[in-house]
Design a binder for this molecule. Sequence first.
Ligand code: E4P
Length: 246
Amino acid sequence: MPLFVYNQRCFTSIFFFAEAAQPIILFLEESMKIFIDSADIKEIREVHSWGILDGVTTNPTLIAKTGKKFDECVKEITGLVDGPISVEVISQDASGMVNEGRELAKINKKNITIKIPCTPEGLKVVKMLAADGIKTNMTLVFSPSQAVLAAKAGATFVSPFVGRLDDISHFGMEIVRDIVNIYKNYNFKTEIIVASIRHPLHFVEAAKMGAHIATCPYSVLFLLAKHPLTDIGIKKFLEDYQKIPK
Ligand code: E4P
């Protein structure tokens, strides 16, 4: 009987096991992707150099912090990272958002992803931009129901904001668990970006739940790579190295 291995959204291998009574299908998830939640080119360049960066998410607050012009800042990021780069629209109505989205997408058709707030107007925009082949990230998502609508509208990504839910005494990661389960039930193609991450445990929980992507500020990414026992170990090895006769 055959063993089908489903990986990276397609069947990659088929093996035959004479002793198996029924066909076996093994589902392997894609690797978790890591985005940086920043518009600071120095931070993005540093994390890019680690070789683990798959994309970038920005928002108006992050771009304002750089002191640069909006388009200038976005262009600079697209010159550095070859992966999805989320850029948020400012308009509230669908036609304004669509126009902004189409203009922003011209900066780099392959990588620019239009971030659209999850509102009834925003849902219309996801559909329209998807028809133009423009990637979308439904942002400011705070409930599983919003995530279902985003997926139904055809969003490329959905961004539940876990830290902001924690801030108001809701367990932010609980909605991520729900969204992961719901999307699996229906095989939705929308990828889940765990956003508003505030500390390494958000990241680890996201990985355990099988979220597709975690977008982290630089401070959290730095903490992910650090461990005090690693530092103590390095110090001890360096001290002991000095004791080796030269
Ligand atoms: C993600 O796309 C958002 O830019 C971000 O994660 C918001 O995080 P905050 O709640 O820390 O502002």
